[in-house]
Write a protein that binds this ligand. Structure first.
Ligand code: SAM
Length: 307
């Protein structure tokens, strides 16, 4: 064996679907060979995802020298500023068009970052396909993370047909358009004009005729006169808790809010949630953010006082 890695054990019958998902989310560590163990396949993963343990793997000979990267459609985002490695990466996969290196952190209200082009076509725009949906993204203009694709499916699977959904921080629309598959209506808001421009484009691209794009600061949504929503998605991990009271006002009694938050202590936002909504809450880790910090999702069933 060539190295100890984070690893996910997946039942054999689910292995191929899970392998594709891990690949789309940039979580499959392609430097190592997945291997069978009993009734499972062990997949090497790039970080400590929920359920991961440590296992030994053999390196894939031809890929062992490729630099670590995350895939977003035809773009690879490298963790090192290594133009030579970027050229090798580009040559290793015909579907890759561009290799980028982040020239700064994710920042500002729009949650975007600057990139340097290390190899290939000098563009930050690409098309991502995810569970039968297509999203055109521009990584320099609007936020997008392929790592949330499993989370979007999880939320979709909890939905009943015909729900009224609000996505308060919709970006280019991955949650809104995914959830539109079961929803009666989705209102998708964002304050970044470039994100809403791509959202409108992606609504048309996916023929999602039940998604209404809104260019607005979420703080104003309660004043637009919408009927209460059955489900509200709040995916702005650094600041969403500040908008929880607005979300609670927009949610029906018994409706669900999915609050994504960056935390460093389990249950960090429970006191706030209890103070604002008073309903049942389930918390789970979504992904690691940095050592000692992670993205959590709180699924909150809203209980209004008049019940
Ligand atoms: N939900 C999308 C996704 O999963 O790709 C985007 C999530 S991104 C972390 C958060 C988004 O919230 C950004 O597109 C940003 O422009 C938007 N945003 C930030 N503050 C906002 C506000 N006050 N009102 C509405 N949108 C906001």
């Amino acid at each position: 064996m060539d190295g100890e890695q984070w690893c996910l054990a997946v039942p054999k019958r689910e292995a191929e679907a899970r392998r594709r998902r891990l690949l789309e989310e940039g979580l499959l560590d392609r430097r190592y060979k997945p291997r069978p163990e009993g009734e499972t396949i062990l997949f090497p993963v790039t970080e400590e995802v929920p359920g991961a343990t440590r296992c030994e793997f053999e390196a894939v000979p031809e890929r062992a020298e490729l630099p670590r990267h995350e895939l977003v459609g035809g773009i690879a985002i490298m963790q090192e500023n290594d133009p030579g490695g970027a050229e090798r990466l580009l040559a290793s996969r015909p579907s890759l068009e561009t290799v980028l290196f982040p020239a700064g952190p994710v920042e500002g209200e729009y949650r975007t970052r600057r990139f340097a082009v290390l190899a290939g076509v000098p563009s930050t725009r690409t098309r991502v396909t995810e569970y039968g949906f297509s999203f055109d993204v521009d990584l320099a203009l609007a936020y997008f993370s392929a790592r949330l694709s499993t989370e979007r499916q999880r939320v979709l699977e909890t939905m009943a047909e015909g729900e009224r959904v609000l996505d308060m921080f919709a970006g280019v629309g991955p949650f809104a358009i995914t959830l539109s598959r079961r929803a009666g209506l989705v209102v998708a808001a964002d304050l970044n004009p470039a994100a809403v421009h791509l959202l409108v484009h992606n609504i048309a691209l996916n023929r999602a005729t039940n998604v209404i794009p809104v260019l607005a600061d979420a703080v104003h949504l309660a004043r637009l006169g919408f009927r209460p929503f059955d489900r509200i998605v709040m995916n702005l991990p650094l600041a969403a808790p500040q908008f929880l009271a607005t979300a609670a006002a927009l949610c029906r009694d018994g409706g669900t809010i999915h609050l994504y938050a960056l935390e460093e202590r389990e249950g960090e936002f429970l006191p706030l949630i209890r103070a604002v909504t008073g309903g049942k809450v389930a918390e789970r880790r979504v992904r690691t953010y940095s050592p000692g910090k992670w993205h959590a999702v709180y699924d909150i069933v809203v209980e209004k006082e008049e019940r």
